[in-house]
Write a protein that binds this ligand. Structure first.
Ligand code: TYM
Length: 337
């Protein structure tokens, strides 16, 4: 069975890009309920709250957002009977210790070259060491679960590449210890762009009220945002990210939420103008999110149940991660007690 690990940061309300690039595929890849594969819990998903602390944040907001993101994952179909769901800090000691071990083989230069670090550090008055070390903690997340595949959006490509490099370097230096993971990307929707600035990635932590579709937005609000998406001045529906970023983004969203190809999306709308394209995309997104939105309301009403699921997930995650941590420490020559 292929082992899968992926994570999401509780830094704002989950947006459509998170679903198209990652969460939708996490759910689609789950084994059937009751099957032996489901019992294995080989698919592991994590709300990475320690990563959320690497930039400015409010403590009360972090607590609430962590529970909210977990409930969104559950409502989306991350079923604890078929996979493992936990909060990173609940297994924080193990993840932090593994980060330290990996820090000792990670290079300063390769971390400084990470584009997400450069983007976030650029222009900030205070850049934390945590932000610099972010990709190593992410590598620890992945490597601690003997992960084969990491389903992510395009923006995480370089981070997963670093996790691969660190695993290979460790194995070379200390003998075969880590499974070397690979990132997987969706055929469409790997990088959903902001509706108002289609040259910029849609992001949950961005203050772009009209440009970001939040998955808990009311259907009328979603429709309005998509109908006001920035396009261009001709009326020709085709996919060309350079020349037509806004239209291409709408086509990607359509393909992402309907599971069709970009070519099929172009064919569906090529005879119509931008008005029809926008209505079609809005309808498809509302329809895609409707069952999820209903379940999410029900779940949110029972925070005790969410906490119970997370505690059980953390218990199993700790057991697995600890086995890999001990193997890693042994390989490095640390004297085990
Ligand atoms: P995060 O919280 O930014 O995003 C969660 C997932 O959503 C994807 N995503 C997108 N996909 C398409 N279009 C977009 N506009 C878009 N925005 C976000 C992301 O690529 C991601 O897959 N560093 C990670 C969290 C993390 C992690 C890990 C992921 C920590 N440890 C281990 C995988 C494995 C992050 O910040 O994701």
């Amino acid at each position: 069975m292929t082992r899968v690990f992926s994570g999401i940061k509780p830094t704002g309300s989950v947006q459509l890009g998170n679903f198209c690039g990652a969460i939708g595929r996490w759910v689609d890849g789950l084994p059937d309920a009751g099957s032996p594969a489901a019992d294995q819990r080989d698919q592991v998903f994590c709300v990475v709250d320690l990563h959320a602390m690497t930039v400015d944040y409010e403590p009360e907001t972090l607590t609430a957002t962590t529970r909210q993101v977990a409930s969104i994952l559950l409502a989306a179909g991350i079923d604890p009977a078929r996979c493992l769901l936990f909060v990173q800090s609940h297994v924080g000691g193990i993840h932090a210790e593994c980060t330290w071990l990996l820090n000792c083989v990670a290079g300063f230069g390769e971390l400084r070259r990470q584009t997400q670090f450069k983007d976030k550090a650029d222009g900030s008055e205070h850049v934390s060491v945590g932000l610099f070390d972010y990709p190593v903690l992410m590598a620890a997340d992945i490597l601690l679960y003997d992960t084969d595949e990491v389903p992510v959006g395009d923006d995480q490509r370089q981070h997963v590449e670093l996790a691969r490099d660190l695993a290979e370097r460790w194995n070379h230096r200390f003998g075969n210890t880590f499974v070397v993971p690979r990132a997987t990307f969706p055929p469409a929707g790997a990088r959903i762009m902001d509706l108002q600035t289609p040259t910029k990635k849609m992001s949950k932590s961005d203050d772009s009220p009209q440009g970001v579709v939040r998955v808990l937005d009311d259907p009328a609000v979603i429709t309005k945002k998509i109908k006001s998406a920035v396009t261009d001045s001709d009326n020709d529906v085709r996919h060309d990210r350079e020349a037509k970023p806004g239209v291409s983004n709408l086509l990607e969203i359509y393909a992402g939420v309907t599971g069709s190809s970009i070519d099929a999306a172009v064919t569906a709308f090529s005879a119509s103008g931008y008005g029809n394209l926008k209505s079609g995309v809005a309808e498809a997104v509302v329809e895609y999110l409707a069952p999820f939105q209903q379940r999410s309301g029900e779940l949110m009403a029972d925070p005790g149940e969410i906490d119970r699921i997370l505690r059980a997930g953390a218990e199993l995650a700790a057991e697995r991660a600890n086995a890999v941590l001990q193997r890693t420490k042994r390989s490095a020559g640390l004297l085990l007690p």
